[in-house]
Ligand binder design. Structure first.
Ligand code: PLP
Length: 455
């Protein structure tokens, strides 16, 4: 530890962790990283948008999980954000991983994670991917239909199968039940087929839907799972010992809405009530870990001023749209701001993940909002991405101080379902990620993971 400390403190800038072949990790608060990078960008002619990932935040989410749901082992859903440092930190913390494809499995194995810490949680798999899982000894995988059982019997007859049942996802933003999950009426046929094919079914999984806003959905799903456990043992003679409670965990800390603590307060006790201690319980949280750790900063690259147009003066459809989108009640102008990441990039979450994002002013006219309060009136505005497509709109009805090209905005809690599905449409590169943590314990954990047994 001492060797590590001296290495760490002897680094050139004293605010970063430098090691060969390791991404640079700053050791300053997120605000400072945002400020430094914006100031650098003025000098270096590099005003690209960028993320700041707070690795300490990922660690605190993990501690929070352990404190409130100690019986449930998190298997992080890689699809949510496969950022390499996030994955490395979670692997060092000992979580498992939910992978949905061959490439995701390979990424996790490349980190040195034991295959027993992976669940291949995609009920409809490509045959060659099942073969790959067999070769790499990734045994746990989900299914929800008869054809999948025949496929698995052919390519990986020794797999440990987990029956994904349909949960009530009506209280969730992303309703995964439209695509996956066996209704309870069909589980008998599935278990019977598995028995005939001599397959090893070890338990049940479900997903209440991503962005779940009602914690009772978890309770209802656990009762459904219990009924399938009973059916499996009483009718088909299976000995189930795994319950997978899926994803859908909110990361919110407080407020009137759903929080992780509220889910845990219901879920933990109902699991204990229905399942004896020898049943292993895992979950597949994605958003919970990734969302709060990532902040994106974007540069205002252009602006259009919209003057109010009376209805009878409107001359084109465009006038009508602009009037609807951005005009104010009085004669004040409103503004259309164009930023350098958008719906085709990190903000694809607006379309695919039903997210509502909240722009905040980072830097206006040479002043950081963290340093001085921004005075003056607010104006209605809309915010647009950089591509030439009009769907590329981030918010239609914002209200911000008057901004100019060259100013910066930032958006917090942008770690879930953002970077992972970003495209490079129109030639716009994906936003780079900068890493930081003010928690030296996190640096030690990462150092040990990069240089095991080297102090
Ligand atoms: N598990 C599965 C099978 C999923 O499809 C998803 C998300 O789509 C997750 C876990 C992660 O869900 P969340 O990010 O809501 O926790």
């Amino acid at each position: 530890k001492e060797v590590f400390r001296s290495r760490f403190f002897s680094c050139p800038k004293n605010h970063s962790y430098f090691q060969a072949n390791v991404p640079r990790i700053e050791t300053l608060p997120v605000e400072e990283i945002l400020k430094n990078r914006v100031l650098d960008s003025c000098e270096s002619d590099n005003e690209n948008s960028f993320f700041v990932a707070d690795l300490g935040q990922i660690y605190s989410q993990h501690l929070r999980w352990k404190a409130h749901l100690p019986r449930v082992e998190p298997f992080y859903a890689v699809k949510c954000n496969p950022d390499p440092m996030l994955l490395r930190l979670l692997s060092a913390l000992g979580t498992g991983f939910d992978c949905a494809s061959k490439a995701e499995i390979q990424t996790i194995l490349d980190l040195g994670v034991d295959p027993s810490r992976i669940i291949y949680a995609n009920p409809c798999k490509q045959a060659s991917f099942v073969r790959f899982a067999a070769e790499r000894n990734v045994q746990m995988m989900t299914f929800d239909n008869v054809d999948e059982l025949y496929k698995i019997q052919r390519y990986f007859p020794d797999a440990q199968l987990v029956l994904r049942i349909l949960a009530d996802d009506s209280k969730s933003l992303c309703k995964l039940g439209l695509k996956f999950g066996a209704p309870l009426e069909s589980t008998g046929l599935l278990l019977q087929t598995a028995k005939e094919l001599k397959l090893n079914v070890i338990g049940v999984s479900f997903h209440v839907g991503s962005g779940c806003y009602d914690e009772t959905a978890f309770v209802d799903a656990v009762y459904r799972a219990k009924s399938v456990f009973d059916q499996a043992s009483k009718i088909f003679g299976f000995d189930f010992h795994l319950l997978d409670v899926g994803g859908g965990f909110s990361h919110a800390l407080n407020g009137d809405g759903i929080t992780f603590e509220r889910i845990a307060a219901l879920l933990g006790p109902v699991i204990d009530k229905l399942f004896p201690p020898d049943v292993r319980v895992i979950a597949e949280p994605g958003r919970y870990y990734a969302a709060p750790a990532f902040t994106i900063a974007t540069h205002i690259i252009a602006r259009r001023t919209v003057h109010r147009v009376g209805e009878d003066e409107q001359t084109s459809d465009m006038d009508a749209v602009l009037n609807d989108v951005s005009s104010t009640e009085d004669d004040q102008p409103s503004y259309m701001y164009y930023i350098n990441d958008g719906m085709y990039g990190s903000f694809n979450c607006i379309l695919f993940d039903h997210q509502i994002v909240h722009p905040k002013v980072l830097y206006k006219g040479g002043v950081f909002s963290f340093d001085e309060s921004l005075e003056g009136s607010n104006y209605n505005c809309s915010i647009w991405g950089p591509t030439c497509d009009s769907i590329d709109c981030i918010t239609k009805n914002g209200c911000l101080p008057e901004l100019f090209p060259g100013d910066w905005l930032y958006f917090e809690e942008m770690g879930a379902y953002t970077i992972c599905a970003a495209s490079q449409f129109n030639g716009f590169k994906k936003s780079e990620v900068l890493y930081t943590t003010t928690d030296h314990h996190v640096l030690s954990i990462l150092h040990e993971s990069f240089y095991p047994n080297h102090g």
